[in-house]
Write a protein that binds this ligand. Sequence first.
Ligand SMILES: [Zn+2]
Length: 347
Amino acid sequence: MKERHWMIYFFKNIKMKTKLIFIFTFVIAVTLASCGQYSRSKQANNSKTKETVNIPNFNQDSAYAYVATQVSFGSRVPGTKAHAACGKWIIHKLREFADTVYVQKFKARTYDGVLRSGENIIGSFFPKRQKRILLMAHWDSRPFSDHDPNKANWNKPIMAANDGASGVGVLLELARDFHLHHPNVGVDIVFFDLEDWGPPAYLHLQGKENSWALGAQYWAKHPHSPGHSATFGILLDMVGAKNATFLKEYYSRQYAPYYVNLIWKTAAGLGYDNYFVNRDGYPIDDDHLYVNRIAGIPSVDIIQLDPNSPNGTFWKYWHTQGDTLDKIDKQTLKAVGQVLLTVIYGM
Ligand SMILES: [Zn+2]
């Protein structure tokens, strides 16, 4: 006797009340089973959306406008009105986008022994998330144009459209994206002060250790929130000039080789390998060095390196009166911004 026949026989020979109990139990069981299936498929859909979070389209016009606004204040040399006004504006913009904004005031001695005041500005996104990415740029302007071809300009401040404002502009635009389209990771954006008050070239003090990146040195020892950590960091410095070339800077390769490859491969995948050149670069004493050495966060410096320029190291207008807004190219801002968005939203 097959099972089905047995079931018909059984059903015919039991009382009506028992039959009803059987039917009722069967209906409940089927309903529960289908509910379970529904919630499982809903969960599956949810996890699917989490995995395939859309990568925003970086808006280079908005980033450019953020660069232009900084330049409109004048040279943002620490201790000047332009610096104070620009700092206020950056804080105001970050408050629009970030969950928490920190203003970290500090004092540090420059190469000449003078104690100066600085202000690191930090915007935190999703502060409770364990997995975090650190994004950095310096917002101060250099008080010297010591690589200007005209000696008479050596003690004049630079406008720092590229050497400062470009990195801040790209990161403020990313901040706007994090606010509109939430990534899966926490992010901290740190704008360092007093990066560019290193000794002027004509003093021949280049070997003087730790005289650059004073804000980063302070932050690496005193992070904005106790116990702060990040999976990795990316520093932007001079990321706005036309046809910029970003070589794989030496310390970045030493401390964060995995992330150098991730960033450069992502860039190549997007067709930006003309900017993110697959070539090794030399060591640069920049903010990321202290974040690597002191804070222990593997950090990559995206910085324009050009061994063929008149200064033999950086972009041709580096630390000259020529570092002005007309040198900023939206296509370069777009390349850098889109690569960062692709890396971050892929985490
Ligand atoms: Zn500089």
